[in-house]
Design a binder for this molecule. Structure first.
Ligand SMILES: Cc1ncc(COP(=O)(O)O)c(C=O)c1O
Length: 484
């Protein structure tokens, strides 16, 4: 770690009895807490509580925020974990007091606007994906996957013939096997062949104990699963469902509907497609769309419309129940709704076209200097590798760190696992050609450095306040709280 220039912890800035607020003298009689609160809930002191002035606190947190790198700062080309730009109009809409101050216990008669927005958002997502019904309840993409798999499990249990297995390709996002497992299934892995899965691979393992095939389209290599219809037929013939991880819908909006390709369940990662903040699996949103056959299993409450009135529907005996307190993260729904309304059908289509164009532009330029494991037209993201650079002892991690010296957030690295030393780049549609060219130029310079003077790359980053962190220890022994 480089010394100096590091912001001390707020605890280290503390000075006894320094305070940041001035309160008027209380005009209430003093109450001894010991007389009104039981002993087990009282503590003598808050050990090490920082005592700083308002100005110290403001400067501390402002300086910390300036060290952060976000999509509002510069290019942030994470593949798979997309940092899509969130237009500020979404934020304005989410802050409208009718939305932001709505209380979840407010009666439906007093929440007609919020319910209408949710109802219409469900409709937009159904229309975009070609599904029949949608729930907005799950709090993240992975939570949506769990929701979908629980519905599939409930379907087979309701038929009196529970099934045990789920087929998942080796290119899948790690959350896919995890969600299937949590829903009680055993995962059967199949290998991709030339980047996509083959009907033969699915047919060889599909049987009447398999509840579903879970695939991602476009997949995590950034390729379109061209055999999807044929594969779906194989799964359906044995009575199984096709679950599509729809996290990569940003490549398809307004161009193709997954529902038309034989998909029965899909989750939407609103942050990757509909420009909402991610929320780190917490206050995010991962709605789920289903075909009619699975609609009775959707979580409750459902949003229902009778005439011009909206209501919450709880009378769904086959439902898997509630997945989230209240109705999901409403503020995120407002942002997605606002984005879809602002873009309109043509705008959404254009966004997908631009996302795909930008990824292909980067791929074509960079394949001159970096190994491209699957040399074919990609969708919204492209995957390169460090195969050429590793001959000089320069690896993906070094390239990623060196990019920071050139002012860029590194792409996703070492994922997907099927590509050794993967460098996964997703530019999204919002970046200008100038920004993308700047990024390409930086990557080309790094490729030259790796060839001519590899140590520069191996010792990167050189310009950041902190150099290379011990990432293994940071994961294995995280220091999550300050101790006096
Ligand atoms: C393909 C894919 N599936 C699932 C997920 C998990 O989504 P989330 O992080 O919202 O849980 C992601 C990440 O965004 C993803 O890229």
């Amino acid at each position: 770690m480089k010394s100096g220039n590091n912001e001390p912890l707020i605890f280290e800035k503390s000075a006894k009895d320094r305070i940041g607020i001035s309160m008027p003298k209380s005009d209430c009689p003093d109450v001894n807490p010991n007389n009104v609160i039981s002993k087990e809930f009282l503590r003598d002191d808050i050990e090490g509580f920082p005592e700083v002035s308002e100005l110290d606190a403001v400067r501390h947190f402002t300086r910390l925020s300036q060290k952060n790198f976000g999509v509002d700062t510069d290019f942030y080309p994470l593949g798979s974990c997309t940092m899509k730009y969130n237009p500020k109009v979404n934020e304005d809409m989410a802050r409208l007091s009718g939305f932001s101050k709505a209380h979840p216990y407010q009666a439906p008669e007093l929440s007609q606007g919020a319910l209408q927005l949710m109802y219409e958002l469900e409709g937009f997502l159904s229309e975009i994906s070609g599904m029949d019904a949608v729930t907005l309840q799950p709090a993240a993409g992975a939570h949506g996957e769990l929701c979908g798999m629980l519905m599939i499990s409930a379907y087979f249990k309701a038929k009196g013939k529970p099934r045990k297995k789920v087929i998942i390709p080796d290119t899948a996002h790690g959350t896919n096997p995890a969600s299937s497992n949590l829903a009680g299934f055993t995962v059967v892995t199949i290998k991709e062949g030339k980047g996509i899965i083959s009907p033969e691979a699915v047919a060889s393992v599909m049987d009447e104990d398999t509840a579903a095939l879970m695939l991602t389209n476009p997949n995590t290599i950034g390729l379109f699963e061209t055999n999807i219809k044929e594969i779906a037929d194989i799964v359906h013939k044995k009575g199984g469902f096709v679950y599509c991880d729809g996290a990569n819908l940003n490549a398809l909006m307004g161009i193709a509907k997954l529902g038309d390709m034989g998909v029965d369940v899909i989750q939407f990662n609103l942050h990757k497609t509909f420009s909402t903040p991610h929320g780190g699996g917490g206050p995010g949103s991962g709605p789920v769309g289903v075909k009619k056959i699975l609609e009775p299993f959707l979580p409750v409450p459902r949003i229902i419309k009778r005439g011009k009135r909206f209501n919450l529907g709880f009378n769904c005996p086959m439902s898997i129940g509630r997945l989230k307190a209240f109705y999901g993260n409403f503020g995120i729904m407002v942002r997605a709704y606002s984005y879809i309304r602002a873009m309109g059908p043509d705008g959404l289509k254009k966004a997908s076209e631009m996302a795909v164009l930008n990824a292909n532009y980067i791929m074509e330029k960079l394949k001159k200097a970096y190994h491209l494991p699957f040399d074919q037209t990609c969708m919204h993201e492209c995957v390169l590798s460090d195969k050429i650079q590793s001959e000089k002892g320069v690896y993906t991690l070094d390239i990623a760190k060196r990019l920071m010296d050139y002012g860029f957030h590194p792409p996703t690295i070492y994922f997907p696992l099927v590509v050794p030393g993967a460098i996964m780049i997703e530019p999204t549609e919002t970046e200008s050609k100038e920004t993308i060219d700047r990024f390409i130029a930086a990557m080309m310079t790094i490729a030259n450095e790796a060839r001519e003077s590899p140590d520069i790359v191996k010792n990167a980053p050189q310009t950041t306040k902190i150099g290379r962190l011990d990432e293994v220890n940071a994961v294995k022994k995280p220091v999550l709280r300050w101790k006096p």
